[in-house]
Design a protein around this ligand. Structure first.
Ligand code: SF4
Ligand code: SF4
Length: 247
């Protein structure tokens, strides 16, 4: 590895690919060098933490995160821990008291998801043929092309959209149930709402017991069919997003 500098600042880093043997030893692959432009290089190639730093000699403004603090775990857990630590660093250096996570709920006219998206099949991951996988360090899953990534992304159910029925305006015509593509709208009895607005109910098929028509957002595929079918326009869409504020 080498770092190229210009006027005292980092300009690029050159790396070399390695292969791992069965005994876990690492060998550089001759001729596999490549260069990446960079203005900052953080060396993060250690295989074990410096225990003394963690246990007794932790000076002020030295922060630890990820595998260094928690031991080997997944990339997602390491990234989450890094994010928490970054918040801690910012709080201590900027002098703020902390953070407040706020869920913002805003009305949305539509989701942009179309019914046809539900018929898009899962895109198969391109893979290296089995016969070629014996080659050392061969990647098996080759990753989606840009085109396939976009197709796969369309299958997303956009769970940050929530559909609700304004029960005071509902006329119980059941047109929404007639058009639902999955078991997403229920006739309900024993409907209860807690202080946070969460609704619990028991599904019923008996018309004489029905107290409300409710949307089961866990089943909803955001097709918008119920909104278009409702004759009194009492089904609304809300968009949920998370915002963080400094306090
Ligand atoms: S938008 Fe959701 S609740 Fe409405 S019909 Fe489509 S899947 Fe069902
Ligand atoms: S279509 Fe509208 S009015 Fe009719 S049952 Fe569904 S929510 Fe109620």
């Amino acid at each position: 590895m080498s770092v190229e500098t210009e006027n005292g600042a980092v300009k690029a880093i050159t790396l070399i690919r390695n292969s791992i043997d069965k005994d876990r030893s690492v060998d550089a692959i001759p001729g596999s060098e490549f260069t990446i432009e960079a203005d900052c290089v953080i060396s993060a190639i250690g295989q074990q933490e410096e225990g003394e730093l963690v246990e007794k000699e932790r000076p002020d403004h030295i922060y630890i995160a990820g595998d260094f603090r928690n031991g080997a775990s997944t990339v997602i857990e390491a990234a989450t821990d890094g994010r928490k630590t970054a918040r801690q660093v910012h709080r201590e250096l900027s002098g703020i008291n902390g953070y407040r996570d706020i869920v913002e709920i805003s009305p949305a006219p539509e989701t942009g998801r179309e019914r046809d998206y539900d018929f898009i099949p899962r895109q198969p991951m391109p893979v290296t043929p089995i016969a070629e996988r014996q080659e050392k360090n061969k990647e098996v899953e080759l990753g989606f092309s840009e085109e396939k990534s976009l197709i796969e992304a369309r299958r997303c159910y956009l769970c940050f959209y929530n559909f609700q029925i304004d029960i005071d305006r509902c006329i119980y015509c059941l047109k929404c149930i007639d058009v639902m593509p999955v078991n997403c709208i229920k006739m309900a009895k024993n409907v209860l709402a807690d202080d946070d607005g969460n609704i619990s109910y028991i599904e019923t098929k008996l018309w004489s017991e029905v107290q409300a028509i409710v949307i089961d957002n866990d089943q909803c595929i955001r097709c918008g069919a119920c909104v278009r079918a409702c004759p009194v326009d009492c089904i609304s869409i809300s968009k949920y997003s998370l915002k963080t504020e400094e306090i």
